[in-house]
Design a protein around this ligand. Structure first.
Ligand SMILES: Nc1ncnc2c1ncn2[C@@H]1O[C@H](COP(=O)(O)OP(=O)(O)OP(=O)(O)O)[C@@H](O)[C@H]1O
Ligand SMILES: [Mg+2]
Length: 360
């Protein structure tokens, strides 16, 4: 198995599933070659996982997650068994370093190992190291910038073990932010001037966490996680209406809740989300040289909550839209359009992973 956290691995992969193991569910996406467009969404599945099976990104109950994966595979009805997995950003350390230019691959590997020990707070034999030469260093043309990526081996092994429990074969392990960026780059390529020169922020509003990535010209310039997500809203519903969590989860999606839900529960939640998001952008402005964001995309399962997009646009004064990673792709006729519209934003990471089939 190749560990390729920064996308170093260059190979034309055979059929591949993108598998996102996250706080609330497993998500599996399969992309294939399109007839008229480069990519086609062939199938996807989202299966909930037992509560507590994942805690703070750590796999607590591998069997329970393996079961969810098996259910997802059954629904997918695919023969593909090779998969790309992702590690949460907290399990990955990335660092930009500067090295002399023109070294051989082996020399870079050696240098990276030596340098890495300075930045990584674990023993070097406990981590998977990877690196990618980004290009000439801005300060000195004889040097190059290198992106170094390190992940705890045990975190990788935990996820690989879960996939194997479900009979899958992990081929690639990326980081979640990297996978999200692949999907974002694809969608940005449809923007005017292919999105060049635009500062684009994407908020992945999930179950427990909202992850922000800001990109300019295909490079990530800012990343930040916040503790905000749909779980809080489910908990509010549980408390207020005395429902079981599963029931609350279902009714949150269908909206079949008492009349005061909209004004007393949903609206304050959406308000809080937009405040947190505006603050994250403020923090970006104060902690970097950048002074503007041109576009905000909202992804994640909670991105579809009624009123959220509008509240963010209002508070940030930045054009804001819901993100679908499937823009510019063909769709299998078997997919249900309405359901897909609801699910697409939450498939950001799984789709980025599935794209590894085309990106090598
Ligand atoms: N149609 C919907 N309407 C409202 N909320 C939804 C809908 N679909 C999913 N959600 C909510 O979105 C959250 C799941 O989103 P997502 O799959 O992006 O999170 P996750 O990746 O599991 O979690 P995290 O990113 O925090 O690790 C859940 O809280 C779920 O209730
Ligand atoms: Mg997520």
């Amino acid at each position: 198995m190749a560990i390729s956290l920064s996308g170093l691995l260059k190979r034309k992969a055979p059929p591949l599933l993108g598998v996102d193991i996250s706080a609330s569910c497993v998500k599996v996406v399969e992309l294939v070659d399109g007839a008229k467009m480069p990519m086609r969404l062939e199938r996807y599945a989202i299966e909930p996982i037992e509560r507590g099976a994942i805690n703070d990104g750590a796999i607590e109950k591998p069997e329970a997650i393996g079961e969810s994966l098996l259910r997802a595979l059954k629904r997918l009805n695919t023969r593909t068994r090779d998969v790309a997995l992702a590690l949460p950003s907290a399990a990955v350390i990335t660092k930009k370093i500067t090295l002399p230019g023109g070294l051989s691959e082996e020399d870079y590997e050696l240098q990276v190992e030596t340098e890495a020990s300075q930045y990584i707070p674990f023993a070097i034999d406990e981590v998977n190291l990877d690196f990618m030469v980004l290009g000439p260093a801005p300060s000195d043309e004889n040097e190059v910038e290198v992106l170094l990526t390190a992940s705890r081996k045990e975190k990788v092994e935990d996820r690989v073990a879960v996939a194997e429990l479900a009979g899958l074969r992990p081929i690639v392990v990326d980081s979640e932010p990297y996978a999200a960026r692949l999907a974002l780059d694809h969608v940005s390529s449809f923007l005017p001037n292919h999105g060049q020169g635009q500062v684009i922020a994407i908020f992945d509003v999930g179950h427990l966490v909202t992850s922000l990535t800001i990109v300019l010209n295909g490079q990530t310039i800012f990343e930040r996680d916040q503790a905000f997500g749909g779980n809080q809203l489910t908990q509010d519903i549980v408390r207020l209406y005395g429902l079981m969590p599963e029931e609350a989860e279902m009714k949150k999606r269908s909206g079949e809740l008492p009349d005061n839900y909209g004004t007393d529960v949903l609206q304050p939640f959406v308000e809080q989300g937009s405040i947190d998001i505006a603050r994250a952008l403020q923090f970006f402005f104060t902690s970097t040289p950048y002074t503007r964001v041109d576009r905000v995309f909202v992804a994640g399962g909670s991105g579809v909550l009624p009123g959220l997009i509008e509240a963010i646009a209002e508070r940030t004064q930045v054009p804001t839209e819901l993100f679908s990673p499937f823009q510019g792709m063909e769709m299998s006729e078997a997919l249900r359009e309405r359901q897909l519209r609801q699910d697409a934003p939450s498939l950001l990471v799984a789709t980025g992973l599935a794209m590894r089939r085309f990106h090598g």
